[in-house]
Design a protein around this ligand. Structure first.
Ligand SMILES: [Zn+2]
Length: 324
């Protein structure tokens, strides 16, 4: 909106398309700015029954239970202290602080309100240990990603089975499986959610922490890309549930491990694109960081990770049950 369109015509367009819509009895105004709808954060505060305040570039919506922080021109926000990637940067138009409508509907609302979720059964879980066989995944000084993901998956499987879920693994040995076949396996066993486990690698050794990815909604760009994708995949059928599942796992993981919160992110990874149920890809830590690799290799930390992920799934399930 800043580059191609002159300021005057931009304001004209914004006024021309300024509109009102009603969510749950609250007026949430939106403005069409450079052909994209934005909702006013002040109105969202009213919608969620929260207070509204701002200082400098920061806007805060808060209540006794929740706190949302947005920063003008930044493509992420914080929801109860967890970093969440937005699909478009939040903006300031005149005195109005806004986020895109698609972020309201497909990022923030499914996390804030269980009523925004689509109801589904949650009995059967497919755990997908990343890589395997000839595909070793990331290599640390001592650990191979494919071995680590299998060990972690087995621990997670144990905890989830004990919690009463029916759990399957896409592989239970050091076996190569094509990426595109993994969502097919989940479909075959009638999985209600799909959990893909990975470990990360970065050029800078200092980088550490956990990040969870969900499928990028149609029309938006993924976190690490500038290219919007217009194609619809089966993973797009579960957008609101994808983001909620991913958020609750990221939150429980950060709380349980005290690892650096690298946030909820969006990606069009094959296993997320082709998923026919709510799906998440979890990057549990960096094998390229010597201290984190050491931690990832310990039984104790693997149990912490498994417990964090299981807790996140239970939180998501709790939200689904409240939806009834
Ligand atoms: Zn991986």
């Amino acid at each position: 909106m800043r580059n191609k369109i002159g300021n005057r015509s931009f304001i004209f367009l914004a006024i021309l398309f300024m509109n009102f819509t009603t969510f749950a009895g609250e007026n949430v105004r939106y403005a069409n700015v450079y052909w994209r709808n934005y909702v006013y954060l002040r109105d969202l505060a009213g919608y969620y029954g929260m207070q509204y305040s701002y200082k400098g570039d920061q806007t805060v919506l808060f209540s006794d239970y929740s706190r949302l922080i947005f920063t003008i021109d930044k493509k992420h926000c914080y929801i109860n202290d967890i970093k969440v990637d937005l699909l478009y940067p939040s903006i300031k138009y005149k005195s109005y602080r806004c986020i895109s409508s698609i972020d309201f509907l497909k990022t923030v609302d499914p996390i804030m309100r269980h009523w925004a979720l689509n109801k589904h059964a949650l009995k059967t879980i497919m755990i997908d240990p990343g890589h395997g066989g000839k595909d070793t995944g990331a290599l640390g000084a001592k650990i191979r990603e494919k071995d680590f993901t299998l060990e972690l998956s087995q621990k997670l499987s144990y905890l989830l089975s004990r919690a009463g879920y029916k759990v399957y693994l896409t592989r239970n040995s050091d076996r190569f499986i094509e990426l595109k076949d993994r969502p097919v396996l989940a479909r075959q066993i009638g999985a209600d959610i799909f959990i893909s486990l990975h470990a990360n690698k970065a050029a800078a050794k200092a980088v550490s922490g956990v990040e969870c990815f969900c499928m990028t909604p149609v029309g938006a760009a993924s976190t690490h890309s500038r290219r919007p994708g217009s194609k619809t995949y089966s993973g797009n059928n579960n957008c609101v549930n994808n983001v909620a599942l991913t958020y609750w796992i990221q939150r429980a993981l950060v709380a349980g491990t005290k690892a650096v919160d690298r946030g909820l992110k969006h990606a069009r990874f094959m296993v997320l694109k082709e998923a026919s149920c709510p799906a998440v890809l979890i990057e549990t830590g960096f094998l390229s960081n010597p201290a984190e690799e050491k931690r990832l290799g310990t039984e104790w930390y693997q149990w912490q990770l498994a417990k964090g992920i299981a807790d996140g799934i239970l939180c998501y399930h709790y939200q689904l049950k409240r939806r009834k």
